[in-house]
Design a protein around this ligand. Structure first.
Ligand SMILES: CC(C)(COP(=O)(O)OP(=O)(O)OC[C@H]1O[C@@H](n2cnc3c(N)ncnc32)[C@H](O)[C@@H]1OP(=O)(O)O)[C@@H](O)C(=O)NCCC(=O)NCCS
Length: 333
């Protein structure tokens, strides 16, 4: 921990990174697996392809690529990191945490590392956690990762879900600063009464793994798509609006909106309700599908690397996911 003690601490975002497994699964590939077609997938979701991890590739392996890229772009040594947080719903194992595996893969030791589970809102929850830890003076340089390999918990015989999900990871390096306040606001929420609309029911203490749970595909994502859709739009609008109000900024001040990439129709409906034209909304769903905790951070990283964002630009990240959980934040790049 550094000796930044007297002034009120803020956060500086040093850099981001992202990484995807090599294998790409196109809509045409899916046509060979289940009764579906490219036209249905594109028109109902906006997705054209998604990355799929190899059988021996775990979430921490994909996270490692993103973390290394963020560390390199931040021009820091990995040893300067004093906390690792990984948002994921597809940890390498129940325990130890994926953050612990990532720590070792980065060649680090002794610094704290833990996972955070808030489904598709996980990275935004992570921004809130990182902000609080840094502003309190507890940690100075945080590696925050959103990483998921949803292909590993997908029922590849269910066309209602298997076309929607992909794998990937994004990372951000956040550092304490006496000058910057790059996380202007964070707004989070949850409603656990909707748990059974989007969940993986078995494998935990509620329904431990058994032959029956495996046969019933209860170790895969089970979703009532239409109900999720109906809830996602108002909750993402609310989270974005609350974050903007909290930040003291106006919608016009925001350069780019980066929504969770779950469905193009959800993204368009949210943008319309916020009165934001689609040219100010970042979309990469056609390339990635839904990667849960990794969507907003991989999209942000792409927007930065392709020059759509410059230093000083304000961005809204907003997400919604299983729980239900939701979250929005206003950040300065
Ligand atoms: C899943 C989703 C794309 C389905 O779109 P939808 O318009 O609601 O479609 P429906 O579920 O009503 O299905 C319409 C028809 O298409 C069929 N269908 C479903 N998946 C299909 C597929 N992959 N290919 C072809 N047809 C498919 C259904 O069987 C149904 O047929 P039927 O009318 O004969 O019964 C959409 O509901 C959605 O994106 N929901 C939110 C998902 C989400 O955001 N999840 C993650 C949140 S983090």
């Amino acid at each position: 921990m550094g000796k930044l003690m007297n002034k009120k601490l803020g956060v500086e975002i040093l850099a981001t990174g992202s990484s995807f497994p090599q294998k790409v699964l196109t809509n045409a590939d899916l046509e060979k697996i289940v009764d579906t077609n490219d036209e249905w997938i594109v028109s109902r979701t906006g997705m054209r392809q998604r990355h799929i991890a190899a059988p021996n590739e775990a979430t921490s392996d994909v996270a490692l690529g993103a973390a290394r890229q963020a560390i390199e772009s931040a021009k820091i040594q990995a040893g300067e990191i004093d906390l690792i947080v990984v948002a994921t719903v597809t940890p390498d194992m129940f325990f130890p945490s994926t953050a612990c595996f990532l720590q070792t893969k980065l060649g680090l030791k002794n610094i704290p590392a833990f996972d955070l589970l808030a489904a598709c809102s996980g990275f935004i929850y992570g921004i809130g956690v990182a902000k609080a830890f840094i502003e309190s003076g507890m940690y100075k340089t945080i590696l925050l990762v959103g990483a998921d390999c949803l292909s590993k918990i997908t029922n590849w015989t269910d066309r209602n879900t298997c076309v929607l999900f992909g794998d990937g990871a994004g990372a951000m390096i956040l550092r304490a600063s006496e000058e910057k306040n790059a996380i202007l606001s964070v707004s989070l929420g949850a409603d656990g009464s909707y748990a059974d609309l989007l969940y993986m029911p078995a494998g935990g203490s509620f329904k431990p793994a058994s032959h029956e749970t495996v046969d019933a595909f209860e170790h895969t994502t089970i979703m009532k798509g239409k109900d999720v859709f109906k809830n996602a739009v108002p909750k993402m609008v609310k989270a974005a609006e609350e974050a903007i109000v909290k930040s003291g900024k106006k919608v016009e001040d925001i350069k780019l909106f980066i929504p969770h990439q779950a469905n193009m129709r959800i993204i368009e409906a949210v943008a319309k309700k916020l009165s934001i034209s689609m040219d100010r909304v970042f979309v990469n769903i056609h390339k990635t599908g839904n990667i849960s905790s990794a969507t907003t951070i991989t999209a942000l990283d792409e927007a930065i690397r392709t020059g759509k964002l410059q230093k000083g630009d304000l961005v809204v990240l907003v997400a919604f996911g299983g729980g239900f959980t939701w979250g929005g934040c206003v950040i300065e790049i």
